[in-house]
Design a protein around this ligand. Structure first.
Ligand code: G1P
Length: 276
């Protein structure tokens, strides 16, 4: 519900918060597109209709930009927009947890592997994180989650894996726990919001069992799939920003701005002024 960003998110979904000049949700869509994904399902809720408008054509605006020869802006607006029929929406009627949100998409996903991206985990990388995972998944199949090392005292913020055999980037997952306290966490390797999953997960989610925080946790359903198919953690190449947190969100804005030729010098100047 975006409570950490109030009042900004009172009338605007948190997924529409811009990092530099693009909403978080668009970064997620572009990342998925780079991984070859062609159908997008958004699990939204009340008050999130701005997301639907964002991924729709805006005929008047496009005409105006064309008239004013703003071709590059027009390209940014429609260049990566999914085509008609590639986008669908379903609503999670009440906030019952990530597992429940994913379960809400079961009929739209159908009986095939699918990816889940949590838009507030923004990952800056040369090759999109989901593409890195999809390439690895093509070799091993099964279920796959993105992982990264976190400070041990932060395990209670994440899903944490019990690691098995260690490859270069891939690590076998022997167990998964949602938000364990540091003293009981099986490791400090945390799940980041990127998943490639087998559709069997919907069967495990349909029990609606509540886990950590009284919510229906995706992690708990995934834990039940260990042993039935390959289950790997993927240590991606890139930097993850927790955009559900103010400092992480501001860090993402700086990192993405500093990466842009049109903004870097201006931003560095601003920073120099602020540092005095
Ligand atoms: C969710 C998942 C958690 C994962 C995290 C990554 O938690 O439940 O397993 O580690 O995303 O950001 P949330 O941040 O929604 O509490």
């Amino acid at each position: 519900m975006g409570t950490r960003f109030l009042p900004a998110t009172k009338a605007m979904p948190k997924e529409m918060l811009p990092v530099v000049d693009k909403p978080l949700i668009q970064y997620a869509v572009e990342e998925a597109q780079e991984a070859g994904i062609e159908e997008f399902i958004f699990v939204t809720g009340r008050g999130k209709s701005a997301i639907e408008d964002h991924f729709d054509r805006s005929v008047e605006l496009e005409a105006l930009l064309e008239e004013r020869d703003k071709d590059h802006v027009l390209e940014a607006l429609i260049g990566t927009m999914p085509a008609a029929g590639q986008v669908s929406y379903t609503r999670q009627q009440s906030p019952q947890g990530l597992g429940h949100a994913v379960w809400c998409a079961r009929h739209l996903v159908g009986d095939e592997p699918f990816a889940v991206l949590l838009a507030d985990d923004l990952i800056k990388s040369d090759v999109s994180c989901l593409k890195q995972m999809a390439d690895a998944h093509a070799e091993v199949g099964g279920n796959m989650v993105a992982i990264m090392n976190v400070p041990h005292e932060h395990t209670s913020r994440y899903g944490v894996i019990d690691p098995g055999d260690n490859g270069d980037r891939m690590i076998q997952v022997n167990g998964l726990v949602e938000k364990p306290a540091p003293d009981v966490a099986p490791s400090n390797q945390a799940v980041v919001g990127r998943y490639i999953l087998m559709p069997d997960v919907f069967g495990h989610l349909s029990g609606h069992e509540k886990g950590a925080g009284g919510e229906i946790q995706l992690t708990d359903a995934l834990a039940k799939m260990i042993g039935s198919a390959p289950f790997n953690g993927y240590r991606f190449d890139g930097t993850r920003f927790d955009c559900g947190d103010k400092v992480g969100f501001l860090g993402a804005n700086l990192a993405f701005a500093l990466d842009r030729d049109d903004l870097r010098d201006g931003v560095l100047e601003q920073m120099a002024v602020l540092r005095g």
